[in-house]
Design a protein around this ligand. Structure first.
Ligand SMILES: [Zn+2]
Length: 331
């Protein structure tokens, strides 16, 4: 027993020595490998992993946010038009042109929303994908702009019918899949999740607007951005300024909208974050002179989202804010 024990301990000591040497050899070779890895890393910086994000420039915040949700970690997206910015009047700055030039991909709304950027898009079209997110919406589902001239015959404010914006999201998904097939599965998965949230928001809008008494379902705003919203969720929509903030409004428009408020006993009108409040205030004043009190029901986000980092600074949050503001004022 003792003998065996001594042999065993000799073997154990020998094994410990071997193990110790193995560890030293292991450590030395690990250090060597680490050095090599460092060198490989330096020369391989352009490899997939760190340098492979798609750089994307979008026009409106709604598009940029939708791209960010579907693209996730594989994209670096920037929206040119921040809070309070009116896309109808927006002119690209020098900095914007640089961002558009450097981007791998460009997304814009289309339907002439970005009225002053057409030439830039045309110039870049041959060089990279320049994609209008409205491009797959069927003609039958588009509303007309009664004041539209020339090519601009359709209402561009498609993001307020959540179902139509789902089509925009699908265009974004398909473009990303084509541009970056290595991450196709991620784009499809993220799009599926985002589309499910949009589906829920669409149902929420229908259910909430239905709580407003039928004759009060009238949405009066400064410019006609809510045609699709009214159509999808069952509200009559009246704007003072037409669909395009470039169009002029005169005293006749003010008088007509004033009379409409008085005749229909409408209690609240809404201001918009990206449109001057002067026009709608003159309507409120006019109604007051006729003995009908109208209040501002709240501020709606029409053509631009809220501040980054807030709920209203996202597409889903901005639409929900509008629904809740409208329902609270008119219920
Ligand atoms: Zn607009």
């Amino acid at each position: 027993m003792k003998k065996t024990g001594r042999v065993n301990s000799a073997v154990r000591r020998w094994m410990m020595t071997v193990l110790f040497l193995t560890m030293i050899v292991g450590l030395v070779s690990a250090c060597g490998n680490e050095g090599n890895n460092g060198k490989n890393g330096d020369s391989g910086n352009g490899d997939k992993g760190d340098g492979s994000k798609l750089t994307i420039t979008a026009t409106t915040g709604m598009i940029a946010d939708t791209v960010a949700n579907i693209g996730g970690v594989h994209v670096e997206v920037e929206g040119l038009m921040g809070p309070g910015i009116d896309p109808h009047l927006y002119k690209a700055s020098q900095g914007d042109v640089k961002k558009l030039d450097e981007a791998d991909l460009i997304f814009y709304n289309g339907l002439h929303l970005e009225g002053k950027m057409g030439e830039i898009f045309e110039r870049l079209e041959g060089k990279k994908p320049v994609v209008a997110v409205a491009s797959k919406i069927q003609e039958d589902n588009l509303m007309n702009d009664p004041q539209g001239q020339g090519e601009a015959i359709h209402d561009p404010h498609i993001w307020f019918d959540v179902k139509l914006w789902m089509s925009a999201a699908e265009v974004i998904r398909d473009t990303l899949v084509e541009a970056d097939p290595d991450h196709a599965e991620d784009y499809k998965k993220q799009a599926e999740q985002y589309l499910a949230e949009m589906e829920k928001l669409d149902a929420y809008a229908k259910e909430q607007i239905a709580t407003i008494p039928e004759k009060s379902r009238v949405l009066v705003t400064a410019h006609d951005a809510f045609g699709y919203f009214g159509n999808a969720y069952g509200m009559t929509v009246r704007g003072l300024q037409g669909m395009n903030t470039m169009s002029e409004f005169g005293s006749k428009d003010v008088a007509e909208l004033r009379d409409f408020l008085v005749e229909n006993k409408i209690k609240a009108v809404f201001i918009e974050s990206s449109v001057s409040t002067d026009s709608i205030e003159s309507v409120i004043e006019g109604a007051s002179k006729l003995g009908h009190k109208v209040v501002v029901g709240g501020e709606l986000f029409s053509d631009a989202m809220g501040e980054a980092g807030t709920t209203e600074g996202t597409y889903l949050g901005m639409v929900k804010h509008n629904i809740d503001t409208i329902v609270n004022a008119l219920k």
